[in-house]
Structures are given as structure tokens and as C-alpha cells.
Ligand binder design. Structure first.
Ligand code: AMP
Ligand code: GLY
Length: 421
């Protein structure tokens, strides 16, 4: 079968790595891809948001399936356009992707369907937001409504900081994404990322992981798109897993179908495991990045039948996928200045070494310069992944490989996995 994979990050490199190993794939094309993906398959310079370009490419290669990595492509309606021409798409419609693209939509949806999440208010003006903040005990959670690459959330310790964050967001710090702000009750607990494949009516668990969102060791510093992950999440035991499925995932898939926008693709639930049970922090309409990298290392089954079944309403015909027993870890190497102002152009050494099966390096924000050298071109530059008999072995292997890489000014966290270790 012919597959078009959309995206250019570490998540898509990991997907390309897994998909290209499937015996059912005849041709894999990635758009726009990155230098790591280009070593595995054909790439085309078409942006993830260029819907016309991607639809034309899907036609040109007679794609049997389009796999969408990033939310930006979903937000502009790529899945809808592919549906019009009958090409199966792993990824939700624009209306269903609102579970990620509009936090206000998701909060109201959760209220309609009794899905446990933080109490909240939605505001477009600062005085009303300030009045609501005064009714809360703190700490305060302030979020931009629209997409902000995982960076549109401020957790403020004091009322004054919270009010400043509101004024900043409404004042345009996140562009139009911050035209509305959500203020939430603070939920206490440990976080876990849960993945469910969905085909519009049925859902199937597809692994879990824990992410490290803060930039620096000890979970300090600004929020990022994620600095490292490990899978499975030891804290996600059978009891919270059963409750999360019954109280959060099932009502979501059912509710989306009932309301007329069936959800197709992977539903990524950011959960808070609170003392009273799992509660939803946020939904994303795609695989987590870098959660996906850890998941792909652990997935023993061929991924392609699962992606295809989700895209064509046939999930119930498959049994649950097989996962390797080992633990997987992913450590992000970020560019100097990430997340606020990542510096591009630093020359990367060692990324394409062979780690003899002990580790895999996925490219995230990389490019080739005019001389063909591999350089940093994004905030998160490389993802170093490893499997180990346990998390501590996986960690040693990943950090061993990381030590052989170089990027001037680049940094990574030295404590990925600390909660579980
Ligand atoms: P989000 O983009 O909604 O996932 O938020 C980013 C991060 O902020 C989450 O991963 C949590 O660590 C934290 N966070 C968001 N909402 C809450 C909340 N209501 N209570 C506690 N922490 C939160
Ligand atoms: N790692 C968090 C995310 O993908 O949103």
C-alpha cells in the first residue's frame, strides 16, 4: 500500500521508522519530512498546512492512507478534504480536532458529557477574569484558548502573577490563540499521557507514557512541548486505567459521534491522577511528541493495520496490539534558548551514528545547510531513544548515546524518568 505521512518532527521520524518496517508498505512518502525521515523514505517539500499541496500529492502517489502527525494540518481541515475525495485519513476532521484546537470547546464538551476535568471559566476581558480569579484558592491555571504549541499555559502561584498572565494573553502574547483565556481550578496529582486509537465509533487503548514538560531538571523552568518521556508509566496501574477508559475515553468517543463529529485517529488524553481519580487536563488530536517516540520503540505489532483500521472504521476487527516488555525512554536535545527563542543553525555532530540497536536517534528540528551539514532548525532538535530491561537500563543507554552527540549551546534534561526511578 502507498502511504503519505504528514509532518516533520521527531514524532513523524518515529512514525516513519515504524511504518517503513511494515511488510504491507509499497511506497512511503513524507511531506515535508526532515533529514532523518529522508534517510528512510521519499520526502516532498510541502508544508503540513498546505492542504491543496498535500491533497494533490496524495492523489499523485495514489495514497491508500494519509497519516497526519501534527495538529496544524488537522486545524486547517486536511482530513475533511481527503474525505471528500475518498482517501482514508488517520487524523480527525477539523470539527473533531477542536478537542485540541479549542480548549473552550473541550471544556464545554466535558461539561455536557460529565467527563471529569477541572472547574473553569472562559473570559475575553481582564476585569471579568480578575473577578473569577479572586474566587479561587490558587495556585492559578491560565490558558490561551487556541493552539500555542504546548506553551500557552501559565501556572501562577500568586493572584498578582495570575492577573499579569491574563493581561499578557489577552494583550496578544500568543496572537489570536489568546483572544480568549481559560482559567481553571488547579488539580493536584501526577500526570500521564494516554493514547486511544479511534475509528469514529470504537476506541482501542494504544499505550501510555509520562512526559516532562518543564525545560530544566527537577521540573523547573518554563513549560515546553516536552523534554523527555518514558513508557509505560508505572503509576498508570489497572485501577486508574479502567476508570479513565470508562469515565473519560468512552464518553468522549460516544459524545463526539452523537454530536455529529465522529473522532478518527489517535486521541491523546493528558490525565491528572488525582486523589479522587483520573481527571482530564487536556485532549490532543494527535500522538504526543515526544511520547510517540517512546511508544514506537515499544510497539511490537505492525502499526499499519492499526492506522488503516482506525481510518476506515474497522478497529473492532483487530485485537489489541502487542507491546514489548521493556521500558522505553526518550531524551530531547534542545537548541540554546528553547523554548522562548531557540537558536537555529548550530552544527550537529553524531546524529546519524549507528548505536548498534542500543539506542535510536530521531530528528526533530533539523535541516541541511548549503554545505549539506546537519544543523538545528527548531527548538527541539534531536530525540535520543532507548529500550532497556527496565527504565534504569533504558536511561543509561539513552544518556550514553546522548553523550556522543554534539550541538553548540544545546541542552537536555539529565533527569528524564526520575519519578519512576
Ligand atoms: P495543557 O497545555 O492544558 O496540557 O497544560 C500544560 C501543563 O500545565 C499540563 O501538562 C499540566 O502540567 C499543567 N496544568 C494544566 N492544567 C492544569 C490544572 N487544571 N491543574 C494543574 N495543572 C495543570
Ligand atoms: N508532549 C506533549 C505534547 O505532545 O503535547
Amino acid at each position: 500500500m502507498n502511504i503519505l505521512l504528514v509532518g516533520s518532527g521527531g514524532r513523524e521520524h518515529a512514525l516513519a521508522w515504524k511504518i517503513s518496517g511494515s511488510p504491507s508498505v509499497k511506497r512511503l512518502v513524507s511531506a515535508p519530512g526532515n533529514p532523518g525521515i529522508a534517510a528512510l523514505c521519499e520526502t516532498r517539500k510541502i508544508a503540513a498546512t498546505d492542504v491543496d499541496g498535500l491533497v494533490a500529492l496524495a492523489r499523485e502517489i495514489a495514497a491508500d492512507l494519509v497519516v497526519v502527525g501534527p495538529e496544524s494540518a488537522l486545524e486547517v481541515g486536511l482530513a475533511d478534504r481527503l474525505a471528500e475525495i475518498g482517501i482514508p485519513c488517520f487524523g480527525p476532521s477539523q470539527a473533531a480536532a477542536r478537542l485540541e484546537t479549542s480548549k473552550a470547546f473541550t471544556k464545554a464538551f466535558c461539561a455536557r458529557h460529565g467527563i471529569p476535568t477541572a472547574a473553569f471559566g472562559v473570559f475575553e476581558d481582564a476585569p471579568a477574569a480578575a473577578a473569577f480569579l479572586e474566587t479561587l484558592p490558587g495556585p492559578y491555571v491560565i490558558k490561551a484558548d487556541g493552539l500555542a504549541a504546548g506553551k500557552g499555559v501559565v501556572i501562577a502561584a500568586t493572584l498578582a502573577e495570575a492577573e499579569t498572565a491574563v493581561v499578557d494573553m489577552l494583550g496578544g502574547r500568543f496572537g489570536t490563540a489568546g483572544a480568549r483565556v481559560i482559567i481553571e481550578e488547579f488539580m493536584e496529582g501526577e500526570e500521564v499521557s494516554l493514547f486511544a486509537l479511534c475509528d469514529g465509533t470504537a476506541a482501542m487503548a494504544f499505550g501510555n507514557a509520562q512526559d516532562h514538560k518543564r525545560a530544566y531538571d527537577g521540573d523547573e523552568g518554563p513549560n515546553t512541548g516536552g523534554m523527555g518521556t518514558y513508557s509505560p508509566a508505572p503509576i498508570y496501574t489497572a485501577e486508574p486505567a479502567e476508570r479513565a477508559w470508562r469515565e473519560i475515553i468512552e464518553p468522549t468517543v460516544r459524545g463526539m459521534a452523537q454530536e455529529g463529529y465522529p473522532y478518527v485517529g489517535v486521541l491523546y488524553a493528558g490525565l491528572m491522577l488525582t486523589p479522587t481519580g483520573p481527571r482530564l487536563v487536556e485532549y490532543n488530536a494527535r500522538f504526543g511528541d515526544p511520547e510517540c517516540q517512546s511508544l514506537m520503540l515499544r510497539l511490537a505489532s505492525d502499526i499499519v493495520p492499526y492506522l488503516m483500521a482506525a481510518a476506515t472504521g474497522a478497529l473492532t476487527r483487530l485485537s489489541e496490539p502487542a507491546w514489548r516488555e521493556e521500558a522505553a525512554i526518550t531524551v530531547v536535545l534542545a537548541a540554546e534558548g528553547y523554548p522562548d527563542a531557540p537558536k537555529a543553525g548550530g552544527v550537529i555532530e553524531g546524529a546519524d551514528s549507528d548505536f548498534g540497536g542500543e539506542a535510536v536517534v530521531f530528528h526533530a528540528g533539523t535541516a541541511r545547510d548549503a554545505e549539506g551539514r546537519l544543523v538545528a532548525s527548531g527548538g527541539r532538535v534531536l530525540n535520543v531513544c532507548a529500550l532497556g530491561v527496565d527504565l534504569s537500563e533504558a536511561r543509561d543507554l539513552a544518556y550514553g548515546a546522548l553523550a556522543t552527540l554534539s550541538l553548540p549551546g544545546g541542552f537536555s534534561r539529565s533527569d528524564i524518568g526520575w519519578r519512576a526511578l
